[in-house]
Design a protein around this ligand. Structure first.
Ligand code: PEP
Ligand code: MG
Length: 578
């Protein structure tokens, strides 16, 4: 058994068979064969090695012809490895003595070799690990043939293990079969993490190199509550986690009873509890849990995974679907927040994507695209309670420009006789420290603000939200971030501008008392977090929250703050503290 610590990004636990995704992920369906099948399996291995050898020879000859012998030599090295008698003896032994299937034997043996190369401190040898993985893939392809099961065509439950998953790859995971996932890289605030939470798939990111320690078909546990990945767990551990899975289910059933009850504090202060969504299908995840509406609709996900640029109709249909499902409840549609770790259009982006052309900056540079979206939002405003929000607003000028484009689009619709809500509420995300510092001006020019703690944390602490190596620095509980939140809430309060928090922070019950104590009465959270946050709201009084907040604001670092909040939550709702 091997226990690996990563970063917990999506809660829940999952026990299942690994599907190891490299560039090309496919799954080993069986790990063991019966005693009488051994001879037949050895023959299959023999055929696969021969077929793989022929393929490599073909590649070598083609490359040598085109580019010269020296380039073909790479393939000669592959052939040597493939036909290495020591490897063959090891594989035969695994099949004959341990009754491993040839697929499992190939994966186990070659991953062990790759691991050795990887751990040697030489970049040349580390590269050789990729050659070994390449041979593994080639052999597996030949062994599995058409029975190969790839991520796109799963037929039974798996746990996906990958070096990295992009937000759109994550969004396309088949929830019916993917029970959980873990990645080697990735940080706590990445959009991959956010999508995993939205899809309610237990997930751990930033585990570091571990893919060579695991083979497809191995039993794996993902503990999304504690950020653990457990490879080849022993029986006792499996039993413990199977019990945990049941516990999660029964806790969800208990919390589901809160569905019809409002988020009302013990001293009868109403808190508006909204959901964050990426896809129209998630609206039900919110309404099923009694959300008061959608506080953040991340429309950029219309672009992710799409073959072409979404046109006005694509936008409109998505918004209309959300509105219809909400049955009169409000939705805050955020204009596209593309760029950074989602999809980038900036050729310079590779250097510093989070500080580059993203979000409202990108929209203002691509006016036709921006206008298309605004037209769809305005049309949607005629059929439901729609509000519009701009992301990553940094300067007043930017906000004014965005509002001018909106006014212009309104004029066009007027000329065309297309109905829309003239009083469409317009708000902005507050997620850049510059915007907080100028917040007293901003609140004069918007109908509402929504504090995006994910980006606010990243920009305040200069710590990339997607980078595991600075994950310990990246904390929304840092006192500097909390001071900025307090500034924004107070400025909004003075002008009676509604203020919301929609970053991941608001979805953690750990922070509910703190946020209420800071004066927030509107929280927009990951749908799965609605019941727990509501439970905290219904348990506490505002006075109690204010006392907690006062103490928090006197502390000097994120660790002390989190520990204190954990203790406070434990006093009132111990079952919510993992
Ligand atoms: C945020 O930054 O807190 C936020 C809600 O927006 P996103 O996570 O989509 O950047
Ligand atoms: Mg943001």
């Amino acid at each position: 058994m091997q226990k690996l610590q990563g970063i917990a990004v999506s809660p829940g636990v999952a026990v299942g068979e690994a599907l190891v995704m490299d560039n090309e992920g496919f799954r080993i369906p069986r790990r063991f064969v019966s005693r009488d099948a051994v001879e037949h399996e050895l023959e299959r291995l023999d055929e696969a090695i021969k077929a793989a050898g022929t393929e490599i020879e073909r590649n070598r000859d083609a490359v040598s012809r085109e580019l010269g012998e020296q380039y073909g030599a790479v393939f000669s090295a592959h052939l040597q490895m493939l036909r290495d008698p020591v490897l063959r003896i090891e594989l035969d032994g695994m099949i004959r003595e341990r009754h491993y299937s040839p697929e499992y034997a190939v994966s186990r043996a070659l991953r062990r070799y790759a691991k050795v190369f990887q751990t040697i401190e030489s970049s040349y040898l580390a590269e050789r690990a990729n050659d070994v993985i390449d041979i593994e893939k080639r052999l597996l392809r030949n062994l599995l043939g058409r029975r190969r099961e790839e991520l796109d065509h799963l037929i039974s439950p798996v746990i996906v293990l990958a070096h990295n998953l992009t937000p759109s790859e994550t969004a396309n995971l088949n929830r019916a079969f993917v029970r959980g996932f873990a990645t080697e890289i990735g940080g706590p605030g990445s959009h991959t993490a956010i999508v995993a939470e939205g899809l309610e798939i237990p997930a751990v990111v930033g585990v570091g190199n571990f893919l060579t320690d695991v083979s497809g078909g191995d039993l794996v546990i993902i503990d999304g509550d504690h950020g653990l990945v457990i490879l080849q767990p022993d029986e006792e551990t499996v039993a413990h986690y199977r019990y945990e899975v049941e516990q999660h289910k029964s806790r969800a059933v208990q919390l589901a009873k809160l569905r019809e009850l409002p988020a009302l504090t013990a001293d009868k202060v109403r808190v508006e509890l909204l959901g964050n969504i990426e896809f129209p299908a998630e609206v039900e995840h919110c309404t099923d849990r009694g959300a008061d509406g959608i506080g953040l609709y991340r429309t950029e996900f219309l672009y992710l995974g799409a073959d072409c640029e979404p046109d006005e109709e694509v936008h409109y249909r998505a918004y209309a679907e959300v509105i219809e499902k909400l049955e009169g409840k409000p939705v805050v549609i955020r204009s596209c927040d593309l760029g950074a770790d989602k999809v980038s259009f900036d050729p310079e982006a590779a250097k510093n994507p989070t500080l580059g052309l993203r979000s409202i900056r990108l929209s203002l540079k691509n006016l036709p695209v921006f206008r298309t979206q605004l037209r769809a939002v305005l049309r949607a405003s005629a059929i439901g309670d729609v509000r519009l929000m701009f992301p990553l607003v940094t300067t007043l000028l930017e906000l004014r420009q965005a509002k001018m484009v909106l006014a212009d689009v309104m004029e066009d619709l007027d000329d065309e006789g297309i109905p829309f809500n003239r009083e469409l509420p317009v708000g902005m995300m507050v997620e850049v420290p510059a915007a907080v510092l100028m917040i007293d001006h901003f609140v004069d020019e918007v109908d509402f603000i929504s504090i995006g703690t994910n980006d606010l944390t990243q920009y305040t602490l200069a710590a990339d939200r997607s980078n595991k190596d600075v994950a310990s620095l990246y904390s929304s509980a840092d006192p500097s971030v909390l001071r900025l939140i307090r500034m924004a809430v107070e400025a909004a309060g003075r002008k009676q501008v509604p203020v919301n928090v929609c970053g991941q922070m608001s979805g953690s019950p750990l922070y509910t008392m703190l946020l209420l104590g800071l004066g927030l009465r509107r929280l927009s959270v990951t749908p799965s977090a609605i019941p727990e946050v509501k439970k905290v709201c219904r348990t506490v009084t505002i006075d109690q929250c204010r006392r907690v907040t006062e103490h928090v604001m006197s502390l000097e670092n994120a660790r002390d703050i989190k520990n204190y909040l954990r203790e406070e939550l434990k006093k009132i709702l111990p079952e919510l503290v993992p």
